[in-house]
Write a protein that binds this ligand. Structure first.
Ligand SMILES: O=[N+]([O-])c1ccc(OS(=O)(=O)O)cc1
Length: 534
């Protein structure tokens, strides 16, 4: 039984490449289902926190810059764009005495980048905005904003082409001499600056702890997640920056106000703690077109203090949930003055089937619907990824071996190996076309992948490909119905030792006996197989 790397991989797992960057590590790994690294990027920064492979094969990642003026788990400060070969193409620093990028970014279809950031609001400004003066414990509050960056390649700069600030969308009902005064329950489109989900620490500067921004291109809407308020918010991205600072304008007519919110209706005066559905959630995002439950929102519901046991002690367990926000037309959400926003409950959920508390990550984490209907789950605190099929059976499990104490040896138990998010990409994702994805072995030391096999083919049409004989003495025959453009034979250390074009066979009689890797190119597809030369 493996202790790190791939723990299990059974029939029905989705054959893709999983991207992740361990919290304590400067490395970003792309692994196959056997935990073998097929590509890797190295930064000089640990993550801060999101990372993506773009369709063109570039890596877009966040980097963490320590900031002695701002204290929040998940702080970043930097965005980096690497090409496939790990050349840094562009970097952008957003970290100073009063602002920092943190947690998430989102690559927009037009090449721009949405960036989640916080800024320090002074005590005086917070009080003027209607914050209870007795509930400012650290002489300041953190405000959230979103910037849309248009990278200027060749410089480490960006044009800021769109801005949204949460401070423009506040309500308070404690002081009519201050800004934003009104009735909280009548202003569901605004955030009550005096709502604290955690009554024990109403004075902390970090009262919102936003932890993700995700985007729906069809609706041109953004979904934002607040871990501490246990709410998700949808806002309009079609606005101008001026409209985004106001309450009117944009496709949906509400400027930068919330179009929808869900998870904790007490936050806007529509219920109490018993109505809370989200508990410190992460990574709410729309399920992409073409996938099962497309258009719905999937969210990792971390679940701290979700309920109480008979003795009044908190019960903590995580779930991955799917909700369908009720709409009157696409992107226009149904609001009920009495009950607030629906739905009243989740539509689909996964919890541990045996004992709910067996599956629990208090922080970090993600859930992702996959093309075959499976769901990839990252239980972030444990650096544990697992995939469930549509019957909720576990079909793949992986434990991150890259820890703050270094790379773990197979057989040893890892600790301090947390991961913010894991994303699985299809083998035919455009980034991977014509790329060398030859497995380089697992991350962990003294690895054992003997109980795992995986097809590393990019094009499933080559999945029925056979190389005979194997072992071979002189001629290798490639059997496939596809047209072969190129055959390459590599030594185990990666040296090209034989090549042939437009042929279904290659002569290896001159090679020394031993293990070789054969790469077969057909159209856009490339497939690697191990062979033995006798
Ligand atoms: O320790 N971290 O790296 C860390 C902690 C908290 C955190 O915030 S959360 O909302 O993503 O859990 C992010 C990163």
């Amino acid at each position: 039984q493996n202790t790190v790397g791939t723990i299990s991989n059974v029939s029905g797992s989705y054959n893709g490449f999983t991207l992740f960057t361990p919290n304590p590590s400067t490395e970003t790994y792309l692994i196959n289902n056997c935990g073998e690294v097929v590509h890797q990027w190295s930064s000089t920064f640990t993550p801060g926190n999101a990372v993506y492979v773009l369709e063109n094969g570039n890596l877009l990642r966040t980097g963490k810059i320590d900031n002695s003026f701002i204290s929040i788990g998940g702080i970043g400060g930097k965005i980096e764009l690497f090409d496939w070969d790990n050349t840094l193409l562009w970097e952008y620093t957003y970290s100073s005495t009063n602002v920092s990028q943190h947690h998430d970014i989102y690559p927009l279809p037009n090449g721009n980048i949405l960036m989640l950031a916080l800024s320090i609001i002074s005590e005086a400004d917070a009080i003027q905005a209607g914050r209870d003066p007795f509930k400012i414990g650290q002489n300041q509050l953190y405000g959230e904003h979103i910037l849309e960056l248009e990278p200027i390649l060749g410089t480490n700069q960006a044009n800021i082409v769109w801005e949204w600030y949460l401070k423009d969308h506040l309500i308070q009902d404690i002081d009519n001499t201050k800004d934003n005064f009104g009735v909280v329950a009548d202003n569901e489109q605004l955030l009550d600056i005096n709502f604290f989900n955690n009554e024990n620490s109403p004075g902390v500067a970090n009262w919102i702890h936003a932890n993700s921004i995700q985007y729906n291109a069809t609706l041109d809407q953004i979904v934002l997640s607040s871990r501490f308020l246990s709410e998700i918010y949808i806002i309009d991205h079609s606005t101008t920056t001026a409209e985004a600072a106001s309450h009117t304008g944009g496709t949906y007519g509400k400027g930068g106000d919330f179009l929808y919110r869900w998870g904790n209706p007490e936050a806007y005066g529509h219920g109490d703690g018993t109505d809370q559905k989200l508990f410190g959630q992460h990574y709410p995002h729309w399920i992409a077109d073409g996938l099962t439950d497309a258009g719905k929102i999937i969210v990792f519901n971390n679940g701290a203090e979700r309920s109480l046991d008979g003795e009044g002690l908190p019960i903590n367990y995580s779930s991955v949930d799917i909700i369908t926000p009720p709409e009157t037309s696409p992107g226009v959400y149904t609001y009920d003055a009495v009950n607030g926003y629906g739905p009243t409950d989740v539509e689909w959920t996964y919890t541990d089937p045996i004992e709910a508390t067996n599956f629990y990550s208090s922080i970090l984490s993600s859930g992702q619907r996959l093309p075959n209907g499976n769901t990839l789950i990252c239980s972030g605190a444990q650096g544990y990824f697992f995939e469930i099929d549509s019957n909720k059976n576990i079909v793949w499990e992986y434990i991150n071996p890259d820890t703050s104490f270094g790379i773990v040896t197979q057989g040893d138990t890892p600790s301090s190996n947390s991961v913010f998010r894991a994303l699985k990409y299809p083998l035919d994702y455009p980034a991977f076309i014509r790329k060398d994805l030859t497995p380089r072995g697992p991350i962990e030391l003294m690895s054992d992948t003997s109980n795992c096999s995986v097809l590393n083919t990019i094009d499933f049409k080559l999945a029925d490909l056979k190389i005979v004989p194997n072992p071979a003495i002189d001629i290798l025959n490639i059997k496939t119905t596809e047209t072969i453009n190129n055959i390459e034979v590599y030594s185990v250390i990666g040296k090209l030792v034989a090549t042939d074009q437009n042929s279904n066979q290659i002569d290896i009689s001159q090679l020394k006996s031993g293990l070789y890797i054969v790469k077969i190119y057909s159209g856009e597809a490339v497939t690697s197989r191990k062979i033995v030369k006798k």
